[in-house]
Design a protein around this ligand. Structure first.
Ligand SMILES: Cc1ncc(COP(=O)(O)O)c(C=O)c1O
Length: 490
């Protein structure tokens, strides 16, 4: 291939999957393949709802459109462009959310019995991956901010201690940035890990913008991490469920592809794939301007909320050089306890009384997701609703639960606990037993209990309180979360 041909193919102005779909539409090919709705004609109701444009490109893999499981043409080119845009050696298009990218990272790095060092405040997808592959978690307990009640990043001394105590660990997983915007010292973690021949895997679900914006915390690939899972559908603008799995040069991408194909659909959605392709092009060409606008908007809302009194919209002032090494200013996290309301209560009031849907509310905080799609008048509505909530519903904060990080007592591996013989007990009778399932509030989806962990009275109280306050709880087999599955005889 000649040089100018390579540079044409790798031009960020291109979107090969999107271009192939445009060509495909012109050809009016007669479909005797799946999907059976045949460009929507077989399902008029669906077509009326989603539109002809949309169902017309809901097609299956075919020669001119490549195949997600074994890309050789347009998907391969689109993946190369994504890798280039994100500064990665390789990138895979993922159509089952960042969950599948996280699973791809963990299963590529670890086999049954291998150790992986990670903070406990990870998303459920990480511990799910441990259930799937049988790796053993070595938790680095995160520090917490006692006022905000949130878990912070990984401190270097804690990571170092975990490495020294577990020199046989295969990888370190870092959650960066956290949902609340907290960043760890990724560069130092990578240096430490590589010195001890461990891979660094970054759950970067909340960090797509770090690759394109200016004056934001360092991205995983720029810090030299080996793999990263990036939710393009969060700050990147693509359709829900579409994500990227990024790899550095040390990772065998062929093997990682085999791992991903263990659980990946053989019918990858071209709606999702084209949305990734188009969004990558948009970010590569316009990302700097987009995220400068998002930052400016988030800073504006933060300063307005802080002037209301009572609320604390936190930011870079939290930086401490270690467990809060940096802060992602595009995140609008607001502490609410000082107005006498739990975050989840403010969340409910915003939705029920003001028709405002925010990302989540937990025990002490809310998180409003700010993006380039927000209009000034929308953020003004949020600010005035918060002001009114404080005036009408604010009260003394005594009696409010403060959210705390609960140090897990790991008794056995997530995989062993998940598949072991178990019994179902009323939650109140489970103290002292070993849980065999997950319990979490979603979002943020960080397990309060994971399979293999000891249940304590403190945890039961925390679950009951979260339920009472209206947190949306998920995980256990019993959807009401009145019973929990525990290991039999343990
Ligand atoms: C930190 C983190 N990792 C992974 C995920 C999983 O992403 P997805 O919902 O795209 O599967 C989420 C989802 O919110 C998340 O917050």
């Amino acid at each position: 291939m000649r040089m100018n041909e390579i540079s044409y193919r790798l031009s960020q102005e291109r979107a090969p999957i999107y271009e192939a779909l445009e060509e495909f539409k012109k050809k009016r090919i007669v479909p005797f393949d799946v999907p059976g709705h045949k460009r929507g004609r077989g399902n008029p109701e669906l077509t009326a709802f989603l539109g002809e444009q949309c169902v017309g490109v809901d097609v299956n893999s075919m020669k001119p459109l490549d195949n997600l499981c074994h890309p050789v043409s347009v998907i391969k080119e689109a993946e190369q462009l994504a890798a280039q845009a994100f500064g990665a050696a390789n990138a895979f298009f993922m159509v089952n959310g960042t969950t599948s990218a996280v699973q791809g990272m963990v299963l590529t790095a670890c086999k049954k019995g291998d150790k992986i060092i990670l903070p406990r405040n990870v998303h459920r997808s990480v511990i799910n991956a441990l259930v799937l592959c049988g790796a053993e978690p070595v938790y680095v307990n995160p520090e917490t901010d006692s006022r905000l009640g949130i878990a912070l990043g990984m401190s270097i001394s804690q990571v170092e201690k975990a490495i020294v105590e577990n020199p046989d660990a295969k990888a370190i997983l870092v959650n960066n940035p956290t949902y609340y915007g907290i960043c760890s010292d990724l560069r130092s973690i990578v240096q430490l890990a590589h010195k001890h021949h461990m891979l660094v895997l970054v759950d970067e679900a909340h960090g797509t913008h770090l690759y394109f914006g200016e004056n934001l915390p360092i991205s995983a690939m720029a810090a030299g991490a080996d793999m990263a899972s990036v939710s393009m559908h969060k700050s990147g603008g693509s359709l829900t469920q579409s994500s990227f799995l990024l790899m550095g040069p040390s990772v065998n991408a062929g093997y990682a592809r085999q791992i991903v194909n263990l659980t990946q659909t053989t019918s990858g959605s071209y709606l999702l794939l084209s949305s990734l392709d188009i969004s990558r092009r948009n970010l590569a060409l316009n990302g700097k301007a987009i995220f400068s606008q998002v930052t400016e908007l988030a800073e504006y809302v933060r300063s307005e909320i802080n002037q209301l009194g009572g609320y604390y919209a936190f930011s870079k002032e939290l930086i401490n050089g270690d467990s809060i090494y940096d802060f992602d200013v595009t995140k609008l996290s607001v502490h609410t306890l000082d107005i006498g309301l739990a975050g989840i209560e403010v969340y409910d009031l915003l939705r029920d009384e003001y028709d405002i849907q925010i990302e989540f509310g937990d025990i002490g905080n809310i998180l409003a997701y700010v993006s380039v799609g927000d209009r000034k008048r929308d953020v003004e509505r949020l600010i005035s609703a918060l002001s009114e909530i404080r005036r009408l519903h604010g009260k003394d904060k005594t009696g409010l639960f403060t959210q705390e990080y609960i140090d897990p007592q790991v008794v056995t591996t997530p995989q062993h606990a998940f598949y072991a013989e178990k019994e179902s007990l009323p939650i109140r009778e489970t103290a002292g037993r070993v849980c065999s399932e997950f319990v979490m509030a979603y979002p943020p989806g960080i397990p309060i209990l994971a399979p293999g962990e000891k249940i304590t009275n403190e945890i039961i109280e925390y679950i009951q309180y979260s339920k009472e306050k209206g947190c949306s709880m998920t995980g256990p087999e019993d959807l009401q979360i009145e019973r929990l599955n525990v290991l039999k005889g343990v």
